[in-house]
Ligand binder design. Structure first.
Ligand code: FE2
Ligand code: FE2
Length: 231
């Protein structure tokens, strides 16, 4: 069992639960902390900071972590890969902790400058996370999660340079965003969500990943509700 640092709120417990749901128990975590250098307490503290800054970004981060972890399992990835992808997905929007609340919570359409700033959040997140020596394992998920298969993402990155982990986070991120209430848009029902995502299959999303994600979402959605009792 992990001792729970007094500074931690419930982020650490939610991370442990997310990992357990991804078939990674406390013994596995102890080994993975050694092999990856990513300490679960540190992850908890960083997630607490996200929670302190913005409840909506925090909730979205947990959901995307959970969804990406489930996708990683169904892809048959190793425990180490599942661990890294879960934590990278948890931190994918960490850059938003440097975006003013007035922009994050703006109910209407963003102005040009506001939108330009929002588009910087992957780069900001990349810089924030680089201070940790284990960060290189997570960086593609943070920097490239808004890149697209047609090369028309935030930074127009060549699709051949978008690794699997970032493509996975992209699918989980979009699903959670579309099916959650956002300041500027009400959540969509699941059918509209799939219609929207299918429209972007092959241009925004990896079609194989989207197909797999869709095939498992029924289970994921049920578990997601169970997994997030505080919401
Ligand atoms: Fe993002
Ligand atoms: Fe996101």
């Amino acid at each position: 069992m992990f001792p729970i640092a007094s500074s931690c709120k419930n982020s650490l417990l939610l991370i442990q639960q997310m990992l357990l749901n991804a078939q990674i128990d406390n013994n596995d975590v102890a080994k993975l902390e050694k092999t990856t250098g990513i300490q679960i307490h540190e992850v908890g503290r960083i997630l607490d900071d996200i929670q302190d800054y913005h409840r909506g970004v925090y909730r979205h981060s947990l959901n995307v972590g959970y969804l990406a972890a489930q996708l990683a399992i169904r892809l048959g990835l190793s425990k180490q890969e599942v661990y890294i992808i879960s934590i990278g997905a948890l931190f994918h929007d960490i850059g938003k902790t440097r975006i003013p609340h007035s922009i994050l919570d703006k109910p209407g359409k963003l102005g040009k400058d506001e939108w330009e700033l929002i588009k910087e959040h992957p780069r900001i997140g990349f810089r924030l996370i680089s201070q940790y020596d284990w960060a290189h394992q997570l960086e593609p998920m943070i920097l490239l999660h808004h890149e697209r298969l047609d090369g028309k993402g935030y930074y127009s990155v060549d699709p051949r340079k978008i690794p699997l982990s970032a493509r996975m986070v992209s699918v989980a991120d979009a699903f959670d965003a579309i099916t959650s209430d956002r300041p500027y848009q009400k959540k969509e029902n699941i059918n509209n969500c799939w219609a929207e995502m299918e429209r972007c299959s092959g241009t925004q999303f990896d079609p194989d990943l989207l197909r797999l994600f869709r095939s498992i979402i029924g289970d994921i959605d049920k578990n997601r509700v169970k997994h997030m009792p505080t919401w």
